[in-house]
Design a protein around this ligand. Sequence first.
Ligand SMILES: [Zn+2]
Length: 274
Amino acid sequence: MTSRQRRRILCALAATALVLGGCSAPRVPGSYRIDDTMSAKGKASRVEIIVLHYTASSKIGALATLTNRDVSAHYVVSDDSPPVVYRLVGEDLAAWHAGESNWYGRSYINPRSIGIEIVHPGWNASNAPGPDFPPDQIDVVIALTRDVARRHGVSPENIVGHSDVALGRKQDPGPAFPWRQLAQAGVGRWFDERAAPAYETRFEQEGVPKPKWFQDQLRRVGYAVPDTGQLDAGTRQALTAFQLHYRPSLVTGLPDAQTAARLLATPTTGSAIP
Ligand SMILES: [Zn+2]
């Protein structure tokens, strides 16, 4: 046996002894491993709100902006046929889509929401209400929103438009967006269409309620409305947002009997499926 062979045998014996003795590489201070074999029962998603937007631009322009600037969304639903759903941010992370925002007293909702951008050119006073959303695009928005809501346990009243949570600042997804169709598919909140006509008749006969009543009702259904008792700018902005969502055929930002009726018929939580 050469000295080289002896050395090899000694090394092998030493290695066996280390393994049998449970030895391993020396532990580096501060190093650790995570043991995932146990799991807690008490837990919840941090996602409470889903915000729907339109891009007000083409798909190419929207994807460039949403991937390269300090603004983003979890998903973009394209206007291709069939539509493509791009995931730009994972649902476990916050996207920068809502900005200054408030819903049911919760402000700056980015950390607790999922943002879905829908490719659509948008609307303004000259092209109101803007072009229709393609039916297959809406079908995908419904399916995607339903899936996200199920994954995170988001309740219907917390599936909103950007205009609902950023009063006076944003008007997307605009009056062409078919909220009623979403509610019929079990996605989002809608007012009780059976109760509303009788309320409307009552308000027509008894008079449209005072601004304070509108402020209280708008706050009850989630809007960040002032508590001034006056028909001020903030109250008109909240009325505009409510009408964009629940009466898109006539958006005035002013109180009237039909708006009062639909407000009163809107549940605080859950949805009255039409
Ligand atoms: Zn938006």
